[in-house]
Ligand binder design. Structure first.
Ligand code: CA
Length: 219
């Protein structure tokens, strides 16, 4: 994952960069806003401070939006509601008030990346005998329609959308339930068990011990 961090205060940007790099990200650091829009073209997500020496972060965000759909997360000490509304209006994807923990930032980054990849999702998913129609919210196996709850449907879409990929428990909870999920994870097991039952064969969804779940790549 490539991250552009636009922040002039090195006491914030450097520890943040180090933490993100420990998480496996490739971080490009910019201390001013003018060069940010062009730099944003080459990254997966932009972290944007508002108080920059050369131009206001809201203007930087506008300029990025005029040329790119890259997810933008504003990180700022400003927390007036008007500011937040303005940012959402100019196209920022999320807003984090300083000070914040790196773990929260990482969760927000994952959430915006997922939302942006979901917007590219197909209208239908088919995996072996399974067909999922995202427009009509229907799923069927060999023509037999599955009666799924909304959460079971979302869970199925997430897993079946990428057969063979392991989805971590926390990522599933943040995607299907709540972007800021910090609660117990038992809910997930209950839903997976129910979904397996409805799919008619537990082998569709594999448990990856200590990590999460994986949809069977070939059926
Ligand atoms: Ca600043």
């Amino acid at each position: 994952m490539r991250v552009l961090l636009v922040e002039d205060d090195s006491s914030i940007s450097e520890p943040l960069r180090d933490a993100l790099e420990r998480d496996g990200a490739e971080v490009q650091l910019l201390g001013e806003g003018a060069a940010a829009p062009e730099a944003a073209l080459g990254v997966d997500v932009v972290l944007l401070d508002l108080g920059l020496p050369d131009m206001d972060g809201t203007e930087v965000c506008r300029r990025i939006r005029s040329i790119s759909d890259v997810p933008v997360i504003v990180i700022s000490a400003r927390q007036e509601e008007g500011e937040r509304v303005l940012l959402l209006e100019i196209g920022a994807d999320d807003y984090l008030v300083k000070p914040f923990g790196v773990r929260e930032l990482s969760a927000r980054i994952r959430a915006v990346l997922r939302r942006s990849s979901e917007s590219l999702m197909p209208e239908c998913i088919s995996a072996g005998a399974l067909e999922v129609d995202l427009r009509s919210h229907r799923a069927a196996i060999e023509g037999r329609e599955l009666e799924l709850t909304p959460k079971e449907f979302d869970l199925l879409v997430l897993l079946a959308g990428e057969p063979g990929r392991v989805h971590a428990r926390q990522d599933i909870l943040e995607t299907v339930w709540d972007p800021h999920w910090y609660g117990p994870t038992k809910t997930l097991d209950v839903h997976v068990a129910s979904l397996r039952r409805k799919l008619g064969d537990p082998k569709w969804i594999e448990t990856v011990r200590g990590v999460g779940y994986r949809f069977a790549a070939q059926r």
